[in-house]
Design a protein around this ligand. Structure first.
Ligand code: CP
Length: 317
């Protein structure tokens, strides 16, 4: 196997191996010369059919720091607007010599289709598909938790016994799905908190518990509180409960934040709706890992590209 499509199929050993390689990549970020020659001569295509700031830029930075050539493709302004299919778009990029394709797509399963259809030979990395998965986000989240909890002694460790509360729009969140699978594989205990209208109907087999009362969940003094973005664009601009009710009942506002132990990490994958799911006080606090998550994203994506494209790869699925 030579793709990274999901965290669900990653074994604990595979996940820890990737996080350990990301530690090495993080060390490179602190050097004066931040580049490695590892992927010299390889071409990585960033194929983005949905908007992105963090993921697209950090994959570009990751590929460049491994000395790969990078082609950025955005569906906006491309021949996709003339009706060109995913197959023809991908084959056009393959013809330009893509060794790796990083794809974000609004359709759940699009990266899997690209990886298994035989349309292209390149390794495929899922950079977020519909409401399905966002594996590198979960890996950078796990990396961030591990770094804060274990510091320089992180290598080889999972997240055994770490209590993580994930709050918000679970229904539309590929970040939540990828985190549920990865964090449980690494030994964490995951609780999902959301309004009943934003919880998937069928969660059979999800290794997580579900709660509806945020104050009760926070009173358990979790190690990590991960706030999710309300994805209004997937709800056609409106959602129930409305924003004021949502902020009051499920938002990490100043009052809730001040009740948390000072050791509780506050995470958010970004982009944030400040004042809705998270207050500025919480987002900008010393407990917030928001900027660390972004920085760690480059190291984790360097590790993923290295494993998939360098020929040194393990068995990532
Ligand atoms: N967290 C995340 O995926 O952010 P972007 O949509 O900006 O890539």
């Amino acid at each position: 196997m030579r793709h990274l499509l999901s965290t669900r199929s990653l074994s604990r050993d595979e996940a820890i191996a990737l996080l350990d390689i990301a530690e090495d990549m993080a060390a490179v970020q602190h050097r004066e010369v931040k580049k490695l020659p590892t992927l010299r001569g390889k071409t990585v295509v960033n194929l983005f059919f949905e908007d992105s700031t963090r993921t697209r830029i950090s994959f570009e930075a990751a590929a460049k720091r491994l000395s790969a050539d990078v082609i950025n493709f955005s569906a906006k302004g491309s021949s996709v607007s003339k009706g060109e299919s995913l197959k023809d778009t991908a084959q056009t990029l393959q013809a330009m010599g893509a060794d790796g394709v990083v794809i974000r797509h609004p359709a759940s399963g699009a990266p899997y289709t690209l990886a298994t259809s035989g349309w292209i030979d390149a390794g495929v990395v899922n950079a977020g598909d519909g409401t399905h998965e966002h594996p590198t986000q979960a890996l950078l989240d796990a990396f961030t938790m591990r770094s804060r909890l274990h510091g320089a002694a992180s290598r080889g460790k999972g997240l055994d016994g770490v209590r993580v509360v994930i709050v918000g729009d679970i229904l539309h969140s590929r970040v939540a799905r990828s985190n549920v699978w990865l964090l449980s594989t690494l030994g964490a205990e995951v609780t999902l908190v959301a309004p009943p209208t934003l919880v998937p109907v069928d969660m059979a087999g999800w290794p997580a518990s579900v709660a509806f009362d945020l104050d009760e969940a926070l009173a358990t003094k979790p190690d990590v509180v991960m706030m999710l973005r309300i994805q209004a664009e997937r709800m056609h601009g409106s959602f129930f409960p409305n924003s004021r009710e949502y902020a009051r009942t499920w938002g990490l506002d100043d009052a809730r934040f001040s009740q948390l132990p000072t050791t509780t990490m506050v995470m958010h994958p970004g982009p944030m709706n400040r004042g809705l799911e998270i207050s500025a006080l919480a987002a900008d606090s010393a407990q917030s890992t928001v900027r660390e998550q972004v920085a760690n994203g480059v190291s984790v994506r360097m590790a993923a590209l290295y494993l998939l494209l360098s020929g040194e790869r393990g068995e990532l699925r």
